[in-house]
Design a binder for this molecule. Structure first.
Ligand code: PLP
Length: 397
């Protein structure tokens, strides 16, 4: 019998981290693996941000514990950047700085979910949402969306999933894993529905800057002000500023919830490293040129990825409007053998692609969407093209 608590025994490893760890290990062993697995920009953190961290490391104040919920300077910078980027008025006192957006989300679920409470999560979903809801004792309720609606949930679908136990909705646009971006009207309609039924919205805005073409980002509490009193915004510096390893994210919550999150964090982790917080201030207050350059590169790769994948027989890829993922269907190749490997599911496919083609992708099963595969296009253009060619060669064999 395991000595692990039931709570922890039931947690699977994050499949996205597992795929990138396996790919990194194969690379370290000299294999020329191309990794489409990791959800992180391939760019280095912009130099002015690293410089700010270097200076902060020399200051004794950053060698000591700081305020558990974040430094006043970073909370001010978050409030100002949120106002300027999304239009939301933010009181810095309602911001909690956490160890990445992932930690901020965990705090939020712990703060608002009681055992048995249901949390609606549109699928395909980011892997950690349902696990974190379960850790808080809640019940994740997936609402399936398909390529036919651009992977966007409609109010009618959300309404069909609502029960008297529905406590909250997780809303993420642009989305991981699909790159779907809801229009301002769609976001407003979701917000109105939540407000009408007194449902909390956890608005994950981590990809706010990564929208392409005609798509625009809209912040739910801005386009649906009636939902603002029960909306918690989560964001962070990881994706926008190529700062995944620095671990700085935050929540912005109504006063009672923010105070609860602060108490929770004060007992569990205390403050995020002062050096990382100083880097985040430089990111939020500094020039956006590097962010724009990265966005231009992502946009170019997005189109390369979509065209390359759609050229493969049996593969069908919707053009995403945001984030840095494509989410093609591989249903057309399932039930066949390639290179002596029977591919019944996209789990089989991801395994075989890594072993045979040395290409790392994340199977849709990880996101509640079997038949699909997630590829991150946050990798160099050449690798991207070679990787898709390798997939094509695999499927031709
Ligand atoms: N939310 C979404 C949708 C994500 O894709 C991620 C990272 O992959 C996060 C939150 C958390 O990001 P981080 O913890 O690196 O700030």
């Amino acid at each position: 019998m395991s000595s692990l608590s039931r709570r922890v025994a039931d947690i699977p490893t994050s499949p996205t981290l597992a795929v990138s760890a396996k790919a990194k290990a194969m690379k370290a062993a000299g294999k020329p693996v191309i990794g489409f697995g990791a959800g992180e920009p391939d760019f280095p953190t912009p130099a002015h941000i690293v410089e700010a961290a270097r200076a902060a490391a020399l200051l004794p104040v950053n060698h000591k514990y700081g305020p558990a919920a974040g430094t006043p300077a970073l909370k001010e910078a978050i409030a100002a950047a949120t106002k300027s980027h999304t239009g939301l008025d933010v009181d810095p006192a309602l911001v909690t700085v956490s160890n990445g957006g992932k930690h901020a989300l965990y705090n939020v679920f712990m703060a608002i979910v009681d055992p048995g409470d249901e949390v609606i999560i549109p699928a395909p979903y980011w892997v950690s949402y349902p696990e974190q809801v379960k850790l808080a004792g809640g019940v994740p309720v997936a609402v399936s969306t398909g390529a036919d609606t651009g992977f966007r949930a409609t109010v009618a679908q959300l309404e069909a999933a609502r029960t008297p136990r529905t406590k909250a909705l997780v809303f993420v646009s642009p989305s991981n894993p699909t790159g779907a971006v809801y229009s301002p009207d769609e976001v407003a309609a979701v917000g109105r529905w939540a407000a009408e039924h007194g449902i909390w919205v956890i608005a994950d805005e981590i990809y706010e800057h990564l929208v392409y073409g005609d798509a625009t980002f809209s912040s739910l509490p801005v386009v649906a002000p009636e939902a603002a009193a029960k909306t918690i915004v989560v964001n962070g510096v990881a994706k926008t500023y190529a700062m995944t390893g620095w671990r700085v994210g935050w929540s912005i919550a109504p006063a009672e919830i923010a105070a609860g999150i602060n108490r929770l964090q004060s007992q569990v982790t205390s403050n995020v490293s002062g050096v990382a917080q100083a880097a985040a201030i430089a990111a939020l207050n500094g020039p956006m040129d590097a962010v724009h350059e990265m966005k231009v590169a992502f946009d170019r790769r997005r189109r390369l990825a979509v065209d390359g994948l759609n050229a493969l027989r049996g593969v069908d890829c919707v053009e995403p409007d945001g984030a840095f993922y494509v989410f093609p269907s591989f249903e057309g190749v399932l039930g066949q053998s390639f290179h002596g490997r029977m591919i019944r599911t996209t789990l089989d496919l991801a395994d075989a692609l890594l072993d045979v083609a040395e290409v790392a992708v994340v199977p849709g099963e990880a996101f509640g969407a079997p038949g699909f595969v997630r590829l991150s296009y946050a990798l160099g253009d050449e690798d991207l093209v070679t990787g898709i060619e390798r997939i094509g060669t695999f499927l031709a064999g």
